[in-house]
Design a protein around this ligand. Structure first.
Ligand SMILES: Nc1ncnc2c1ncn2[C@@H]1O[C@H](COP(=O)(O)OP(=O)(O)O)[C@@H](O)[C@H]1O
Ligand SMILES: O=C(O)C1=C[C@@H](OP(=O)(O)O)[C@@H](O)[C@H](O)C1
Ligand SMILES: [Mg+2]
Length: 168
């Protein structure tokens, strides 16, 4: 979900594992030269989702890459299939109240620029939680500690986890 810590924790996880890192949103912004809110403004959410699918396809072809997705990636069935087939997927599960606290001052998430962002987050969480679980290989409680603690939890879980992602 937005505010779960994917960008922050993903970057640190990659550093610790000496892997490369890519943030899907960051790559889309770099490619288009405009911000996420601007893409939503011009192309709508549907336009952003098309770009996201293209980018996920591109990124998941690369080996040894830690990818931080955007929180809405699971809303597109094709993305869920790509993630399951090509990657080890970690769901950072964080309760809506904490997601709200972490995102309340941020203006860079167009879906939360509404009158009642707390309610919006709760609705999105309810809709998406089953989808995150559908694609996840590991579910980590992401609301319990700082990013460093999250990375250590993930590293420990990965030690006893073996999956051979398909070659794209
Ligand atoms: N485990 C954590 N504990 C406390 N704050 C966190 C944690 N993970 C991320 N944050 C903070 O929450 C905000 C959102 O994090 P971010 O990595 O952008 O989330 P996402 O990419 O999942 O939307 C940032 O201000 C970040 O510093
Ligand atoms: O949850 C979503 O639908 C979105 C999450 C954002 O990424 P973060 O999860 O990194 O905030 C970004 O992709 C866009 O604003 C839409
Ligand atoms: Mg992010």
């Amino acid at each position: 979900m937005m505010g779960a810590g994917k960008t922050t924790v993903g970057k640190e996880l990659a550093r610790r594992r000496k892997a490369r890192f890519a943030d899907c949103d960051h790559e889309i912004v770099a490619r288009t030269g405009v911000s996420i809110p601007t893409i939503f403004e011009i192309e709508g959410e549907a336009g952003f989702r098309r770009r996201e699918t293209q980018m996920i396809d591109e990124l998941t072809r690369q080996p040894d890459l830690v990818i931080a997705t955007g929180g809405g990636v699971v809303t597109t069935p094709a993305n869920r299939a790509l993630m399951r087939e090509r990657g080890i997927v970690i769901y950072l599960n964080v309760p809506p109240q904490i997601l709200y606290e972490r995102t309340r001052h941020d203006r860079n998430r167009p879906l939360l620029q509404v009158d009642d962002p707390r309610q919006r987050i709760t609705e999105l969480y309810q809709q998406r939680d089953p989808l995150y679980r559908e694609v996840a290989d590991l579910v980590v409680d992401g609301g319990r500690g700082n990013p460093g603690t999250m990375v250590r939890l993930i590293e420990t879980a990965l030690q006893t986890f073996h999956k051979s992602p398909c070659k794209p």
